[in-house]
Design a protein around this ligand. Sequence first.
Ligand SMILES: Cc1cc2nc3c(=O)[nH]c(=O)nc-3n(C[C@H](O)[C@H](O)[C@H](O)COP(=O)(O)OP(=O)(O)OC[C@H]3O[C@@H](n4cnc5c(N)ncnc54)[C@H](O)[C@@H]3O)c2cc1C
Length: 463
Amino acid sequence: MADPDFDVLILGAGSGGYACALRAAQLGLKVGLVEKGNLGGTCLHVGCIPTKALLHAAEVADQTRESGQFGVRATLEGVDMAGVNAYKDGVVSRLFKGLTGLIKGRGITVIEGAGRLTGPREVTVDGTAYTGTHVVLASGSYSKSLPDLEIDGERVITSEQALRLDRVPASVVVLGGGVIGCEFASVWRSFGAEVTIVEALPRLLAAEDEASSKALERAFRKRKIAFRTGTSFRSVKTTDASVAVTVEGADGEQSVIEAELLLVAVGRGPVTEGLGYDEQGVAMDRGFVLADERCRTNLDGVYAVGDIVPGLQLAHRGFQQGILVAEDIAGLDPTPIDEAGIPRVTYSHPEVASVGLDEAQARTTYGDDGVETVTYDLGGNGKSQILKTQGFVKLVRRKDGPVVGVHLVGDRVGELIGEAQLIYNWEAYADDVAPLVHAHPTQNEALGEAHLALAGKPLHAHS
Ligand SMILES: Cc1cc2nc3c(=O)[nH]c(=O)nc-3n(C[C@H](O)[C@H](O)[C@H](O)COP(=O)(O)OP(=O)(O)OC[C@H]3O[C@@H](n4cnc5c(N)ncnc54)[C@H](O)[C@@H]3O)c2cc1C
C-alpha cells in the first residue's frame, strides 16, 4: 500500500479542526485540513466572535443611554446597523486573516471542498481521495429547528441570519432561553427592540445554577425583556411583515405573540449526516460521534473533536480537544479533559459565568449534608459599584473539602472565570484562596471575598 498523504488528515477547519492542525504541525506532523467553507468555522464567522462584537456594540448603546447616571450628558441618537455590521465584520476579517496566515505559516495543506469519509483513513474531496495515518472528524454543528417549524430566512430565522440583519427589528420572539437565545435577546433589547423569549424549561439558562438563572431573569425583567418559561412552541403564521407565534403554557393555555421576527435558538445538531461516518462503521448516537476521553472513536486511528462529540458545544472545548488529539497522535500522553472544568460564559447584560458543579449537582453527588455554599453580593465590591452592576459570586464546596463549583453573575464577570477555573481545577480549599492578594479595586476581589467568607473570616461582608 502507498504511503498515506498525511500524518493527520482533518475534516473540518472550525475551532476543533484548526486547533488540531496548528498543534500537529507544530509537533512536526504533516497535516491536511479539509474545509468546504471558511477556515475558522462557526465560532469565527457566525458564532462567538460576531455575537460578542454585537454584544459589545449593545453595551456601548446601553452606556450611552444610561450615561446620565455617571454625570455624563450623551444622547443615543440611534443604532446604525450598517455601522455595527461593518465593525463586527472588521473584527471577523482581521482574525480570519491572522488565522489564514498562521495555517499557511505552519505548512498545513488546506484542501478546499466538501469532504466525505470514504475509507477508515480516507477522505474524498471532489473526486480526489486523500489518505491519512490518522483522521480527525471535526465537521461541527448547525442550528436545529423543531418539527413543523420551517426556517424561511426572512421572518423565521436562525442565529446565522440574525447576524446578517441590516436593521434593528421592532420586535422579536426568541424561541429558546439558552445561551444563544439570551445573548440575542440582550443585544436586541439594548438596540431598542421589544423582545419576548419563549422557553420550554422552567427557567432561562436552565443548564446554570438556579440562583444564576433567577438573577438573570430579574435583570431581564428590569430591562423589560419579556420571557415565558415552561412554555412550548405550537405553531407560527408568517406574513410579509410579521409572525404570529402560538405558544402553550404549562397550564395548557394557548396564546399568540406577534412580532416582526422569530429567532429559532433551540440548540445545535451535529453535522454528520451524509459524510460517510456511519457507512465506515464510526460508532454514533443520534447523529453525534462517540469518542472516549482521548477523543478516540471506535475506529483505530480515527478521532473526533468539537461539537460533533456529545458534551458542551463550546469553542474552547474544541480547541482543547484538538490540541489533545494532536499530542496523543504525537505520543505525548496528554491529560484528558475534565468536562466539568470547562468554563461556561453567557455574555448577556448582565453576564453569567460558571465552572464546575452547580449546587443541585453537588448535592446529588455528595449528599445534602456534604455540601456548603456561600454567596457574596457584588454590592460589597467596589469595582462593581463603580460599574453600577449587580450580581454575585457563589461558591459551592464539598463540606470540609475543596471548591467544586463557582457561579458568577454581573457585567464583565466572564473575565473572572479564568481565576475561578484555576480554583476549581486545582481543587483549591477556601483557606488556599483566602490569603491571595487581589488588586483593588477589581471585580476579582469578589472571588477573594467569597473565599474569605467561606473560610469563616469575611472582610467586606457580614459574618
Ligand atoms: C451564535 C453562536 C454563538 C456562539 N458563541 C460562543 C461563545 O461565545 N463561546 C464559545 O466557546 N462558543 C460559542 N459558540 C459555539 C462555537 O461556535 C462552537 O462550539 C465551535 O465553533 C465548534 O467548533 P467545531 O470545530 O466543532 O465546529 P465548527 O466551528 O462548526 O466547524 C466545523 C467546520 O467543518 C466544516 N465542514 C463541515 N462539513 C464539512 C465537509 N463535509 N467537508 C469539509 N468541511 C466541512 C464547516 O464548514 C466548518 O467550517 C457559539 C455558537 C453560535 C452558533
